[in-house]
Design a protein around this ligand. Structure first.
Ligand SMILES: Cc1ncc(COP(=O)(O)O)c(C=O)c1O
Length: 387
């Protein structure tokens, strides 16, 4: 796609699961903010501030539209990244209202350690439940009574999806629990799994969604009844007396301030709005090319005798190791040919290393910037190394 025209000849970027490349228009939107209306949101009454406010409010609406959620029920707050979002919610939850915290075995360290920290801090027991090879959870097999459930809806090593999320959501709510979703990997290429499902909170990283480095928390209004405001400061209060304050979040219009202490990353928020506009306009042909590209690479890996794929299904994110070749060495060899791929355990140490007992792995994660010629180059290079 022309939107990534800055990519150098011969450079093959296969690390979209970490950070997607940003289309030119996203970079330009941020540049416009810095050069044309650099200003603080919300507090500023002059012209530049009003322009910033309009774009920031517009971004909140676009996030809800993208997720097919209603502003009557959901609020969008900005933060640093997925990890920060999950921890920010957990740090404010009143543990006395719950009996346990539940996560799954395939989680990224972000929810995996976040739930561990919560359990250690509050003394509530923590349960780690298994996930099926297709990413689903056997909902009927677990007791979610008064549980805080924190799980991903798409994995970061093979993209497996929580395709029975609506069923899980229903079961957790019926049992008096709440469901917090790590949507870091779902937002760019698997958002359908999440759209319109009434979970209590969704945390994601804009930097995996063709947007700048930024975290987003999308949360259901009911979540508020479980929260104790802990992080306090500028941009969150309507009035302050010597020993008390009135939270702006009490006002429906400013609910988002509950998670937004201090000045926000206005340029990045505006960049996210531009990325969502861009995604809406990506032509069907580009999605088709994308699909062809990752299918072709996946089929190549699957057919290569020495390649051990972790994936059970085709996905734009694929993880594997090659018999007899250390993954870190393989990553370096590919890098010398201009191919950028990740190696190691991708912050899923528990599952990949300790449950599956796998050696360090290599991960290819594709994006809309990926070209058919990139796939040719990877197959050629990998084929030579393997053989
Ligand atoms: C599934 C998943 N969850 C959480 C994270 C953490 O994201 P961040 O580092 O942006 O907080 C990642 C990052 O790769 C991820 O893939």
């Amino acid at each position: 796609m022309d939107d990534f025209d800055y990519l150098g000849e011969g450079e093959v970027y296969l690390d979209s699961a970490c950070q997607s490349l940003r289309p030119r228009c996203v970079i330009q939107a941020m540049e416009r903010y810095y050069t044309e209306h650099n200003s603080c949101g919300e507090r500023v009454k002059y012209k530049w501030g009003r322009e910033t406010d309009a774009l920031v409010d517009g971004c909140r609406e676009k996030v809800l539209k993208y997720l097919k959620l209603k502003s009557r029920k959901y609020t969008v707050s900005f933060t640093l990244n997925t990890t920060y979002g999950i921890n920010l919610i957990l740090s404010q939850i009143d543990a006395s209202k719950f009996k346990k915290i539940v996560t799954s075995e395939i989680e990224h360290n972000s929810p995996f350690l976040g739930t561990m920290g919560f359990s250690k801090r509050t003394g509530l027991p923590r349960e780690v439940i298994p996930r099926n090879d297709d990413g689903t959870i056997d909902v009927g097999a677990y007791d979610f009574t008064d549980a805080i459930v924190v799980v991903n809806c798409a994995s970061n090593f093979d993209g497996r999806k929580l395709s029975n999320l609506p069923e899980l959501c229903k079961a957790v709510h019926k049992a008096g629990g709440i469901l917090i979703i790590d949507a870091a990997q779902a937002m760019a290429h698997s958002v359908d799994v999440l759209r319109g499902v009434g979970v209590d909170a969704i945390c994601f990283s804009a930097h995996k969604l063709y947007a700048p480095s930024l975290g987003v928390i999308v949360w259901r209004d009911e979540l508020e009844s479980y929260l104790q405001p802990l992080w306090l400061g500028g941009g969150m209060v309507d009035d302050v007396e010597r020993d008390s304050f009135a939270l702006s979040a009490e006002n429906k219009e400013h609910k988002y301030t509950r998670f937004e202490s201090g000045l926000q990353a206005w340029g990045e928020i505006i960049g996210l709005g531009a990325a969502l506009d861009w995604l809406e306009k990506v032509p069907k042909s580009a999605w088709k090319d994308f699909e062809n590209n990752y299918h072709r690479l996946y089929e190549f890996l699957k057919a290569s005798p020495k390649v051990h794929l972790v994936n059970h299904e085709v996905n734009p994110t694929m993880t594997f190791y090659v018999e007899g070749v250390g993954s870190h060495l393989l990553g370096e060899a590919l890098s010398r040919k201009g191919i950028m791929a990740r190696t190691g355990y991708f912050c899923v140490h528990y599952y990949l290393d300790h449950v599956l007992g796998l050696p360090p792995l290599i991960r290819f994660s594709l994006g809309l910037h990926t070209k058919a010629s990139d796939i040719d180059k990877v197959m050629n290079a990998l084929g030579k190394i393997i053989n």
